[in-house]
Each structure stands twice: as structure tokens, then as C-alpha cells.
Ligand binder design. Sequence first.
Ligand SMILES: Cc1cc2nc3c(=O)[nH]c(=O)nc-3n(C[C@H](O)[C@H](O)[C@H](O)COP(=O)(O)OP(=O)(O)OC[C@H]3O[C@@H](n4cnc5c(N)ncnc54)[C@H](O)[C@@H]3O)c2cc1C
Length: 379
Amino acid sequence: MDAHRVIIVGGGVLGTMHAVEACRRGWEVVHLEADAGPRRASVRNFGLVWVSGRAAGAELDLAVRARELWEQLAIHSPAVGFRPDGSITIARHDNELALMAEAAAQPDAATRGFELLDANGVRAHNPAVRGELLGGLRCTRDAIVEPGLVLGALRITLEATGRYTWLPRRQVVDVETTPDGTAVAVDQLGNRHEGTAVVLCIGDRLSGLGGRIGATLAAAPLRKCRLQMMQTAPASERLTTALADADSMRYYPAFALPGLDALPEPAATTSQWGMQLLLVQRAGGGLTIGDTHSYDEPFDFAVEEHLYEDLRARAEALLGWSLPPVVRRWAGVYTGVTDERIYYRTTIDPGIVVVTGPAGRGMTLSPAIAEETWEELTR
Ligand SMILES: Cc1cc2nc3c(=O)[nH]c(=O)nc-3n(C[C@H](O)[C@H](O)[C@H](O)COP(=O)(O)OP(=O)(O)OC[C@H]3O[C@@H](n4cnc5c(N)ncnc54)[C@H](O)[C@@H]3O)c2cc1C
């Protein structure tokens, strides 16, 4: 396809990265968002560009490419807040450290920037960590962006191209390809947005569209996950890396190694709520802390206070100091694929493509996913 006009549906990070890639290729972009501004997973996440935990092979390659793209994007849109701070996953038990040593001995350890640290090494790399610990696994490839700023920052850069139109409060209710090959998205007001292609990045709103697209999504191998999160007031300490506790190794495929079975038995709450500790400092000093994982729909409309108490206790044990007061609590939902794919992309009709389902890695992978969509569209 030559450069033309694309209609992008969904103002989250996937839709916005598709807009960035389209404009980079000289396409004109009309970008539709159902809400007054994007308020779903893309603004509710940790902002972790998380390379460390990715599965070996294609998923790791995609994450490495995505990190490269984030770094480049930050040159033109510095307000995304890209910081190449890396992360440390903390071990407080011998078997946790043993699993980290196993991961650090894998052939792709250098690609992830893994370095096994003893307790002094952890404190040297992140002096704010003063809890009791045995050591940790540093990942120099992990990075941080500011989820509250990314989308707005990228839209400002897009608007400067003169080829980008942002239309909030436009919910797409139907799509079609006309007999002459024009791709059309119809919004709730009956407006028809026409282009060479329509790319739908609708996140977890899987049941809002009718016709063939609605039927395709209803049968797609996708499931939703709900997470609880919180943020503290600014901390007086500066955290030089993102942090994770060893429970995170239960969820990230990079640690699906023989030593995983030898991890200490998880606490009942950890198993029931799929808990791990991830902790990242925002540019303004506050600490974003999570998380939990629930898969049973319909999801609770309220957040569970006892899970916040658990997360606070974990964070304080790891840091060795009291957290500042919690000032914000929220839940977020993402959509993930249930088969072996890394994310879900399907062509409904010629020129009409749906992209969703990157699960808890969507912030990380979004620029590289957009690049792959465009390679497919222009093949
Ligand atoms: C709590 C939490 C923490 C996470 N942490 C991380 C992390 O640290 N690192 C990481 O890599 N990933 C993380 N993720 C995952 C990541 O946030 C998601 O994978 C990613 O944001 C998905 O982006 P999206 O654009 O597909 O979806 P969304 O952010 O849900 O955006 C979809 C947008 O499309 C709009 N929309 C939907 N339907 C229509 C329609 N019919 N018409 C018009 N607009 C429509 C919606 O209103 C919404 O704004 C986390 C997710 C959560 C929930």
C-alpha cells in the first residue's frame, strides 16, 4: 500500500503507537477515542518497559526492539519520561536467589542485561533498598516511562506533523469495507470515517462492536485480567531502579526454569489474588505499587483494602522504611491472549485490522507491535 489515510480506533497506547508509526510512514491519521480522553489500561499501568521477564525467543526479541523504539521516541517526545533505570528483583530466600542465578546463566542473559547481585551489590545499585535481603537480579534493559504523560506527549508530536486528527468522544460502533475497497469506521453519531485502512486498538472493550467484527471478537482467544494498584505521596528517597519481589518470578516466563518449583510456598493471599510486588518511582517522586491478578468476570467494582495492606507490608519489608501515605488507589483491566501468540492481530475484512491482547506487556511492546502491523498492512 502507498501512503494514504488510516482510521485508528482507540486512544490507548496501542492506538497511539499505531498513529506514530503511520505518521512516520507519511500516512494521514484520523484517531477516534470513545471517551473524552483515554482512561483505561494505558494510563493505569506502572509504566514499566519490562524486558527482563519476557519469554526467550520471539517475545524477548520484540521487547528488545520495543525498548529501542521507546528510546528513539523519547528523543522527539521527551515528556514520555523515558528513564533507562533498569530494575532489581529482590531475593530474600536461598531458593529465590538460586532461580535468579539460573536465569543469569541462560544464553540470553546478556540480551536482558541480567547481573546477579549479593546484598551489598543491591544496596550499591539502589541505596534506597535497606530491608533484609540476600541479593537480587539486576536487569539493565528495563526502563520506565510516565503512563500519565505518554499519550498526551505523543499526540502533541503527532499534531505537529500536520497529518494527524484527534477525535475524542467518538465511539466506533461498526466497520465495513465498501465494494471499491474503502475501509470505513462508523461512529455513534453516524459519521463515516473513510480511509485505506481501519486499525482497531480497542483494549478491553471487546463487546462494543456489532456485525462480523463483534462475532470475531466474541470468539477470539482473549481474556481479561483486573489488577489493583496504588500510588504514594512523593518519597524523600530517590529510587535509582524499579523494584520487584521474588513472587514476580512466578508470573514472568523468563523464570520458567527448573528452579521455579523450588521457590518457597506462596502465602495463601499471594496464590488467591495472584500477587507480586512491583514498585516504580514516578518522575514526581511518588511510588506506584502493585499488583494483583483476577480473571473471574464480572469483576468487582470496588478495590479490596486488605490487598493494599499486603502490598504496603511487602514494600516496607523490602525497602526497610515506612512508605509515604497512599494518595491514589485504582484498578485496571487489560486483555491478554490465551494461546501461544504474544498479542492478537486479525484482519476482519480487507484493510480492517484489530490489534489487542498484549496482556501485562502492552506498554512495553506497543511501539514494536505497531511496527509489525504496518509491515503486514504494507506487505
Ligand atoms: C494495572 C496495570 C498495570 C500494567 N502495567 C504494565 C507495565 O508496567 N508495563 C507494560 O508493558 N504493560 C503494563 N500493563 C499492560 C498495558 O497497560 C496494556 O497492555 C496496554 O495499556 C493496552 O493498551 P491498549 O491501547 O490496547 O488498551 P487501552 O489502554 O484499554 O486503550 C483502548 C482505548 O480504546 C478505546 N476504545 C475502545 N473501544 C472503542 C470504540 N469502539 N471506539 C472508540 N474508542 C474505543 C477505549 O476507550 C480506550 O481508551 C498494565 C496494565 C494494567 C491494567
